[in-house]
Design a protein around this ligand. Structure first.
Ligand code: FES
Length: 168
């Protein structure tokens, strides 16, 4: 096992006493509720900030459900992440109007500007890039969402300014 893998495992919430006890209490408080899996995953995402592969296995084991069920939910909803998000999140709308209106070009610009791929976070932990579904502002395509702010008619040439604002 290389040192990066060892360090990732050591930092994983299931190997951290405090974070593991948060996960355990979320499971214990919610396991008998209707839709328990979704409730638990939502709470873990909100309180811990992400749901790693080993957290998914732990939750599956504790709830006695197949890990594929947990993985299916986590990978389907963009709200869930398997790694911690950066301080700021920039989401690119992949709805039809935005896709046709230029989201792919914006994504290319973002990847070039930051040197990371969709779903990744810059090494300084400041910016995470993600895609999202239609956010209901189709008339302003292409749309990006920076944290909670929706920006419309974004041109690739405007992207460096968006990055600068996130880095300040
Ligand atoms: S398609 Fe992007 S906001 Fe609707």
């Amino acid at each position: 096992m290389n040192s990066a893998v060892i360090s990732a495992l050591a930092n994983d919430p299931v190997n951290n006493t405090d974070q593991k006890s948060i996960i355990d209490s979320i499971i214990n408080e919610n396991r008998t509720r209707p839709g328990a899996t979704m409730v638990i995953l939502n709470e873990v995402q909100s309180q811990i900030g992400f749901i790693s592969e080993s957290m998914q296995s732990y939750i599956a084991q504790t709830l006695r459900v197949p890990v594929s069920t947990i993985h299916g939910v986590v990978s389907f909803y963009s709200f869930f992440t398997t790694q911690p998000r950066g301080k700021h999140t920039i989401k690119f709308c992949m709805g039809t109007a935005c896709y046709v209106g230029g989201t792919p070009q914006l994504i290319e610009k973002a990847k070039q500007a930051l040197g990371i791929d969709m779903g990744q976070t810059t090494p300084d932990g400041k910016i995470t890039l993600e895609v999202c579904r239609c956010v209901g502002a189709c008339s302003q395509a292409p749309v990006i969402v920076v944290d909670d702010e929706t920006l419309g008619r974004v041109k690739p040439s405007k992207f460096p300014q968006v990055v600068r604002q996130c880095q300040e």
